[in-house]
Design a binder for this molecule. Structure first.
Ligand SMILES: [Zn+2]
Length: 273
């Protein structure tokens, strides 16, 4: 489980939604404005109280390590687990995490302070065995792995069976881009192009476009333009200014530009299986 940003309400929401704290091993922080990381030292402390043993990795802007360690030092606190900081200061997209299933890359954003979004990209999956075909040809189990990775098979009589006869296409690899906070910025388009789900901040409506520009945030319309230009499948909006009583207005404004819009809200779960 990946946690992206950690505002002061994060622990409350994790408990409310019955998410297991122990499953969080990687935390990605976009930038050092309070509403995006003031919950981090609290969460790290809670992990200590829960007697966590597993390593914890924190990815975020340069300075985050100093801030957290200073707080721990002055409260005379020590973690019983290994706490690793991966500090970022590049303005180019870079891979910050990789395992056998997924890659995480930064999405450099334009905000009042140094900020990154994060792209979570599933790796291409193995091809699916066509068991019936494989058994018909009497292919030995030892070759299954080769077939799943796209290999052809040569039978004893020299006949080549092409992989397309032995497998089905795998489930397409999915991708999720998280972009908050940022002003309208087309330079992110090549990084998020064709991704399945884009979360994009929309702090303001177009009627407050001047405020969006001044505070380096985005309007709902601008987020929708980014989604359309990047050809993503689904846009999720969030990070609404509290000045708006009705968040449906964000959806309405974005829908005029892009057809697939969902509104993020506390505790809401999106399932794209
Ligand atoms: Zn901010």
């Amino acid at each position: 489980m990946f946690l992206i940003d950690c505002g002061e309400g994060t622990q409350v929401q994790l408990r409310k939604n019955k998410l297991r704290f122990s499953k969080i091993n990687h935390i990605f922080i976009s930038h050092l404005h309070g509403d995006h990381f003031y919950g981090l030292v609290g969460l790290i402390s809670t992990f200590m109280l829960l007697n966590r043993q597993t390593d914890l990795h924190v990815y975020g802007p340069k300075g985050i390590k100093e801030i957290i360690l200073l707080q721990l030092r002055y409260s005379n606190s020590y973690t019983g687990y290994n706490l690793y900081f991966h500090e970022l200061d590049s303005n180019e997209s870079e891979t910050v995490y990789e395992d056998e299933k997924v890659l995480v890359k930064t999405i450099p954003l334009k905000h009042r302070i140094y900020t990154n979004g994060y792209l979570f990209q599933e790796k291409a999956k193995e091809r699916k065995l066509n068991i019936e075909a494989v058994e018909n040809y009497n292919i030995d189990l030892a070759y299954y792995r080769k077939i799943k990775y796209g290999g052809n098979i040569e039978l004893e009589d020299g006949t080549i069976i092409p992989n397309s006869e032995l497998t089905f296409d795998p489930e397409p690899a999915k991708s999720y881009a998280f972009c908050s906070d940022t002003m309208y910025d087309e330079s992110i388009l090549p990084i998020i192009k064709n991704c399945d789900v884009l979360y994009h901040e929309t702090t303001f409506l177009e009627s407050e476009a001047d405020k969006a520009e001044k505070t380096m945030h985005t309007t709902a319309k601008q987020a929708a333009v980014i989604a359309a230009k990047a050809n993503v499948k689904q846009l999720i909006l969030g990070h609404y200014s509290t000045r708006y009583a009705n968040i449906e207005l964000f959806k309405e404004e974005a829908l005029a530009v892009f057809p697939n819009v969902l509104l993020a809200d506390d505790g809401k779960i999106f399932d794209f299986e």
